[in-house]
Design a protein around this ligand. Structure first.
Ligand code: 13P
Ligand code: SF4
Length: 313
């Protein structure tokens, strides 16, 4: 069946959701059209919390990247979890292969392992407690100040948490290809031309960008700050999908996407997040595919650190 018109697609998706007892969970980096048909929109933490609390639902369509779908599946083993495009991966998760992370842990046997949720199930299974950018500080601070901690895989988030908590966690040397590309120099220029603007920075960005921020936080934290602030202008240093919700919830405010290093395109997109389209959301609901399938043993091991994270959040 060929469905081209956006409102027709939206109607079909609504119909299918009802018929199949399905809900759509979307991350803030998804295309605006997907955010607009979602039942819930959130950061990684909210998506996990929402998935864990879903009742009377048979299908979850996770509009985000693969690790988000896996987390939802581990939390909801009895539900069918679909993802619009199975190729929607994550460079940060890829920067930490489970076998290499296992060697790193084995080299530091007396350490507690804290991992960012942007990881494969294999890495989660090796982890004591997971965090997101929304709860990392709180969870790290729940350990004694002198606790020996490993933090993986994001070196920038790890560096940020070390800096604000006074810890010296051992960091895995991984990063997100999107957030690493924001340029400190270009942000400085932008700040000069918009002196009144508040600067919103995701902690996956490098330290010089974090140091220029009025607020450093997860996508949900940045959105909340923008809503509650009296400022009229904001420079947004994260994936540009978040601007859709910011603009929608704050129509009178101006949001300026920070440019990346290599060109002056004015925004930065995650090519993985953007693989999902409204058409693919419709198709995956109709065909109930692609479906997230997890290794049972890994899922059993990964559930513990995910649950621990939810308890500590
Ligand atoms: P948030 O948890 O802040 O939404 O971030 C997810 C992510 O993938 C950031 O790149
Ligand atoms: Fe992964 Fe970076 Fe894309 Fe987030 S923005 S999903 S960390 S590649």
């Amino acid at each position: 069946m060929s469905v081209s018109n956006q409102s027709e697609l939206e109607d079909k998706i609504k119909e299918l959701k009802k018929k199949k007892k399905a809900v759509i969970l979307a991350h803030y980096y998804q295309r605006g059209a997907i955010q607009d048909v979602a039942d819930y929109i959130g950061d990684s933490l909210a998506l996990a919390q929402i998935a864990s609390g879903l009742k009377d639902v048979e299908i979850i369509v996770l509009c985000g990247v693969h690790f988000m779908g896996e987390t939802a599946k581990v939390l909801c083993p009895d539900k069918k979890v679909l993802i619009p495009d199975m190729e929607a991966g994550c460079s940060l998760a890829d920067s930490c292969p489970a076998d290499k992370f296992a060697e790193f842990i084995a080299a530091h046997p007396d350490h507690t392992v804290i991992s960012y949720v942007n990881t494969s199930l294999g890495v989660k299974a090796l982890t004591d407690v997971l965090v997101t950018s929304g709860n990392a500080r709180k969870i790290v601070e729940s350990f004694p100040k002198d606790a020996k901690l490993i933090f993986g895989p994001d070196r920038n988030l790890g560096d940020y948490i070390n800096r604000i908590t006074g810890r010296e966690m051992l960091l895995w040397d991984g990063a997100c290809h999107v957030h690493e590309q924001f340029s400190g120099e270009k942000l400085m220029e932008l700040k000069r031309s918009h002196p009144e603007a508040k600067v919103l920075v995701h902690p996956e960005c490098k330290r010089p960008l974090q140091m220029m921020a009025d607020v450093v936080g997860s996508t949900a934290v940045l959105l909340k700050y923008a809503k509650e602030s009296d400022a009229r202008e904001f420079i947004v240093v994260t994936e540009s999908g978040i601007l859709h919700q910011m603009q929608k919830e704050c129509p009178d405010k101006t949001f300026i996407p920070a440019p990346p290093e290599e060109n002056g395109c004015g925004c930065k997109e995650c090519n993985y997040m953007k693989l999902n389209t409204l058409e693919k959301v419709y198709r995956c609901l109709e065909e109930e595919s692609p479906e997230i399938v997890v290794d049972e043993e890994l899922a059993r091991k990964a559930l513990r650190p995910i649950q621990r994270m939810l308890e500590l959040s």
